[in-house]
Design a protein around this ligand. Structure first.
Ligand code: 13P
Length: 252
């Protein structure tokens, strides 16, 4: 089953609007002929409109780094799906480990966000992943199972088919300690099996599962050679066009 690879950059809390637009322009220039793969960048909210303008004549997609489930209302500090789309986003990262571990977002909250994004036609990139303690305690698959079941609660098959999943082991994020290709493949295989169980195999075969956690120009090729790794969610190495474009131009 052919899944179109997706290379995604999560810019986290970096860049003013002008800096972001400049980086987005150079990424857009480097992505002119990307026929077989998709490229996504997730700038901070304040830079989103500038980034969307900078990539508008390119295939580069723009994503939010989080989103509320409501269209509008008394939700101080939140951004609505309508606002994200208005600023140029078509996708949104949800349940990122920094949201979960620094800001205390739990699975129930992530699930509300996933459903809100889907309702408003934003493609959610649902992030799951275990901590080092959980991995060392042999709980990796149990943690992933809980995060998937809770994160996708009440999400129907038709909507689930539009999702992207990102496996981001917490111990690999920003640490320079990438999961081995075997560790990543094992987790991705497990996650695809979960999708088959929650929905059906046909759907599981079409959903893209990205790997995130210290993805760099020198490890992307081997990661992408694994059968269940359909792309990458890149943090640090997405902050410079040279390294991000090298990752986009992986050869598996
Ligand atoms: P790093 O690539 O910096 O490890 O970050 C990964 C990440 O959290 C992407 O969402």
């Amino acid at each position: 089953m052919a899944r179109r690879p997706l290379i995604a950059g999560n810019w986290k809390m970096h860049f003013t609007a002008a800096e972001a637009a400049q980086l987005a322009s150079s990424i857009a220039r480097g992505c002119r002929n990307m026929g077989d793969r998709e490229v996504m960048i997730a700038p901070p909210y304040t830079a989103m409109a500038a980034v969307a303008a900078a990539v508008q004549d390119s295939p580069v997609l723009v994503a939010g780094q989080n989103v509320c489930w409501e269209k509008e209302g008394a939700f101080t500090g939140e951004i609505s799906p309508v606002m994200l789309k208005d600023a140029g986003a078509s996708m949104v990262i949800l349940g990122h480990s920094e949201r979960r571990h620094i800001f205390g977002e739990n699975d129930a909250l992530v699930n509300r966000r996933v459903k809100g994004a889907l309702l408003h036609d934003l493609v959610p990139v649902l992030c799951v992943g275990e901590t080092l303690e959980e991995r060392d305690a042999g709980q990796t698959f149990a943690v992933l199972e809980n995060q998937m079941k809770a994160g996708l609660a009440d999400v129907g098959a038709e909507e689930a088919g539009r999702l992207v999943i990102a496996y981001e082991p917490v111990w690999a994020i920003g640490t320079g300690r990438t999961a081995t290709r075997e560790q990543a493949q094992d987790a991705h295989f497990f996650l695809r099996g979960m999708l088959a169980g929650l929905y059906e195999k046909k759907l599981a075969d079409t959903v893209r599962i990205l790997y995130g956690g210290s993805v760099k120009p020198d490890n992307i090729d081997s990661l992408m050679a694994e059968p269940d790794i359909d792309g990458a969610l890149v943090g640090g190495a997405a902050l410079k066009s040279e390294s991000f474009l090298r990752i986009v131009q992986y050869t598996a």
